[in-house]
Design a protein around this ligand. Structure first.
Ligand SMILES: Cc1cc2nc3c(=O)[nH]c(=O)nc-3n(C[C@H](O)[C@H](O)[C@H](O)COP(=O)(O)OP(=O)(O)OC[C@H]3O[C@@H](n4cnc5c(N)ncnc54)[C@H](O)[C@@H]3O)c2cc1C
Length: 490
């Protein structure tokens, strides 16, 4: 598969994220002096690694070392859309097909439990990083999208999960096409109300799926949380930044992490929180090789985003605009990526608070995630696509051309079935995973952190949809194949 990158023909635009800009880091880089021994080595200092460290320190008495190749939160955690959501980027019905209704429902509930985990962390660590919670909206342009959501919501109810009422335009010609059995699952609103909620003049949208959403600067959250862990656990927590793990050697009852020719870390257990990047060589001296499998596990998509500030005169929100070119009979979650927009208060360098509007949507494939480079310039074609979205869809009440204050990109790792990997590696259970961003990764990373700590605490953990599957054949689900442009022959 070729690597498809937008070419940056016209100008060099640097990768400039609002989340890192706001970080205002004062803490010196934390490095290790020489060889180091620990109970639990967590590799990767994004939201997955930091949350795993938080829960491992809280729920066990083990020594924890958090190892980051760069600086805390400078990976996807510092380059995302910054909205909080607890859905999978695949339909609930497809989860049921793969795992059965009980496991699918438990998995969905687990994702939703991360809202309270986030509250728990913020309260316990007394974090000041702002977070906003609200109802966000997914816009539907076709009756097929509406029916997919209704079918999913009916299944959610059957599975004992809560669900929100879909809002359908009373002027929608297709209203009569909605089967009677769904009548309790939606409400009807004037078209003008639908357009107002979606903040668009685009007449195509006929319905809205409201969902619990939020906004947070995940980089700021991690930096603050790490500061708390350093202070709270001076004897049990070690942070090592600028410390790339080149090779991970797994033995029977411990692991050796090669940092450089002269520096090594030994650990009784290791948790990989690397988002899915492959730039680590894993050698299992206690059983079958897991390196190749791991390398196949995750492929990447680069997501491009733009942000601008405006007057602070509207409340925070998140709205996603699903693609209109919906193919009849397929599943919207298998369609092209959608555009999404968030608005939240943002303090600028002059200490004034504005609204920050962030837009995401354009994506590029990464065949080999080792080739991704954060220094890669932002492609002007992605900016043009975002311009076009703002011109035709989002009603922002501005006639002038929008100047972006931020343009940034980040790498998303996708697991073969679009479900995060959380749990022990069956071929050597001293290795654990909490990785695979799959598009929506902030709350799942936090849930994963708590779940890994249960394993490390020796608790009995019930099987789940997140369990790594061992050395079985690698089956890449249809929607991931499509999204990553993987041919059926691969
Ligand atoms: C453009 C974009 C938009 C997104 N928008 C959203 C959104 O709005 N909402 C949402 O929920 N999710 C979103 N996501 C996904 C979300 O950002 C990620 O799922 C989440 O930040 C991943 O956290 P992480 O800790 O797993 O990975 P990262 O934050 O990438 O952290 C992994 C860390 O591991 C380190 N590392 C890798 N290899 C090694 C090694 N060998 N040795 C040492 N360290 C290593 C890296 O340097 C990195 O810092 C988005 C992602 C992108 C790219």
């Amino acid at each position: 598969m070729p690597v498809i990158f937008y070419q940056n023909k016209h100008q060099m635009i640097v990768n400039h994220s609002p989340w890192l800009y706001q970080l205002n880091r004062t803490r010196p880089i934390a490095v290790l002096d020489g060889d180091h021994h620990t109970d639990v080595a967590i590799i990767g200092g994004g939201i997955a690694g930091v949350s795993t460290a938080f829960y491992t320190l809280k729920n066990t008495d083990k020594k924890v070392t958090l190892i980051e190749a760069d600086k805390i939160a400078h990976g996807a955690t510092g380059h995302n859309g910054g909205f909080l959501a607890s859905y999978f980027e695949r339909s609930f019905s497809s989860l049921i097909q793969e795992f059965g209704i009980k496991m699918a429902a438990d998995g969905q509930q687990a994702m939703e439990s991360a809202w309270s985990l986030l509250d728990e962390i913020r309260e316990e660590a007394q974090l000041q990083t702002p977070m906003w919670q609200f109802t966000g909206y997914a816009a539907c342009a076709t009756i097929e999208e509406v029916l997919v959501h209704l079918r999913n919501n009916a299944l959610r109810i059957k599975a004992g999960l809560s669900t929100s009422l879909l809002m359908v335009s009373e002027e929608a010609k297709q209203l009569n096409d909605i089967p009677e059995m769904y009548k309790e699952l939606y409400t009807v609103l004037p078209k003008a109300d639908i357009s107002a909620l979606l903040e668009t003049d685009d007449e195509d949208y006929i319905a809205i799926l409201p969902e619990r959403k939020g906004c947070m600067n995940s980089a700021l959250f991690c930096e603050e949380l790490v500061g708390y862990l350093i202070t709270k656990y001076p004897d049990r927590f070690t942070l090592a930044e600028h410390t790339p793990v080149r090779r991970l050697v797994l033995k029977d009852n411990h692991a050796v992490l090669d940092i450089s020719k002269t520096k090594k870390i030994t650990a009784k257990e290791v948790v990989l929180c690397t988002n899915g990047f492959e730039n680590i060589n894993i050698v299992n001296t206690s059983g079958k090789s897991i390196n190749n499998k791991f390398h196949q596990l995750v492929r990447g998509i680069v997501g491009y985003m733009a942000g601008y500030t405006e007057e602070l005169n509207k409340p925070p929100v998140e709205i996603s605009y699903l693609p209109k070119k919906f193919k009849h009979g397929s599943d919207i979650y298998e369609e092209d990526p959608y555009f999404y927009l968030t608005r939240r208060p943002y303090e600028t360098e002059t200490k004034e608070t504005h609204n920050l509007i962030c837009i995401g949507g354009p994506e590029a494939l990464m065949d080999d995630t080792n080739n991704y480079n954060q220094e890669h310039p932002f492609p002007s074609e992605a900016k043009d696509e975002i311009d076009s979205f703002l011109r035709y869809t989002y009603k922002h009440g501005r006639k002038d051309k929008i100047e972006y204050k931020f343009l940034w990109h980040g790498l998303m790792g996708f697991t073969p079935n679009g479900v995060r990997l959380i749990g022990p590696e069956p071929l050597n259970p001293i290795l654990y995973y909490n990785l695979g961003c799959n598009g929506v990764g902030l709350l799942p990373s936090i849930y994963g952190g708590q779940k890994i700590s249960w394993h490390l605490a020796g608790q009995k953990v019930t099987p789940s949809i997140f369990d790594p599957k061992g050395d079985g054949p690698l089956v890449i689900k249809k929607h991931i194949r499509k999204r990553l442009n993987i041919k059926d022959t691969e």
